[in-house]
Design a protein around this ligand. Sequence first.
Ligand SMILES: [Zn+2]
Ligand SMILES: [Zn+2]
Length: 427
Amino acid sequence: MKLKLIAAALLAAPVLANAASPEIERLITAATPGLIAIRHDIHQHPELGNRETRTSALVAERLRKLGLEVQTGIAGTGVVGVLKGALPGPVIGLRSELDALPVTEQTGLPYASRVQTEYNGKQVGVAHVCGHDIHIAILLGVAEVLAADRKHLKGTVKFIFQPAEEGAPDGEEGGAALMIKQGVLNAPTPEVFFSTHVGAGKAGAISVSRERTTAASDIFVARIIGKSTHAAAPWRGVDPVPAAALAILALQTIPSRQSDLSLPAPVISIGKIEGGVRQNIIPGEVRLEGTIRSVTRAQRDDVVARLERSFKDNAESVGASADFKVLPGGYPAGANSSALVDRLLPVLKAASSTGEVRVANGVYAADDMAEFSSRIPAVSFGLGATPDGVDPATAASNHSPHFLADDSVIAVGVRAFTGLIAAYSAR
Ligand SMILES: [Zn+2]
Ligand SMILES: [Zn+2]
């Protein structure tokens, strides 16, 4: 009988450990309406990367009110809040982005953005169509709940709100890499990082990858240099247009024929081609810009070398020349610690609205959370945010002017993070 009781207690223990305590649940319920109001406020006042002054001030003020030690002005508009628990334990880093995108929102939501601004010389709308407003609300919720329950908190939680995740404006530095350069990982240094990203999927459903989360991302620029001449006398110059066409076709064989396909293939896309001013002049030059997505550092370096060869050899084959460069500021691939994912999976299951966690493969999207997760063990999880009544399979994706993220996922996110922190620091 006694043995049976112990067995029952052992079986029940993991479940009890993974469900939020009634006190944490009560705090989450109490905080949620305020967090939804903050989310709507931020959604209505979106700001582009490196310009998040209002958002950053709002976050800093909120964290100060909760009694956190707050540092501002890191990498421009970045904010860090440090919450010290009453009990000894690890330093845990949490990360949210602050920035919105140059997109004109078309969701029709009552709190939709009507903000317009200038971006790279063009008038654009600004909108939180990547869900970073939700991420901010979630982290502020975690701060609120843990600050109210400080007496039970083991260790220290470092809240990092970073600017310019979507990339800094032309000619500027920004984001996680700049925060790290300015010392965000020191004093105190987190021993683990947790983050989330919302996307299309049943609201509140959690997914997680056991290894790679996102791809490495690099931007390249190639110039094919010929010699301008009359379009009716091409032999008097060197036409860079067919050289560009040859190179574009040849580089398709890098993923399909030249890469080791025992790994996921790299992705190479040309997003911009420029050359010439009118139909009857052969231009002197064609300029191409593209992106490389790769899954390992070695694959990235291999693709860069092969791309350079593709541009140079194909240009030379028709008498033109080429130069090729990869711009600084690329992101590494993001990685989860599989040991940590395995250990913390029950917490994510308990928080997920479906009671299940989909184990996902890494995606080709890039995220500069990778700057943290390539240095420090991390768990980043996906959070479905498609409102009920909309089919997640056909819902507008992140960055679409129609992207929707449901308020209900804020509480799920707070539950997941507070659960991850409790489970991690329990050891
Ligand atoms: Zn995005
Ligand atoms: Zn994003």
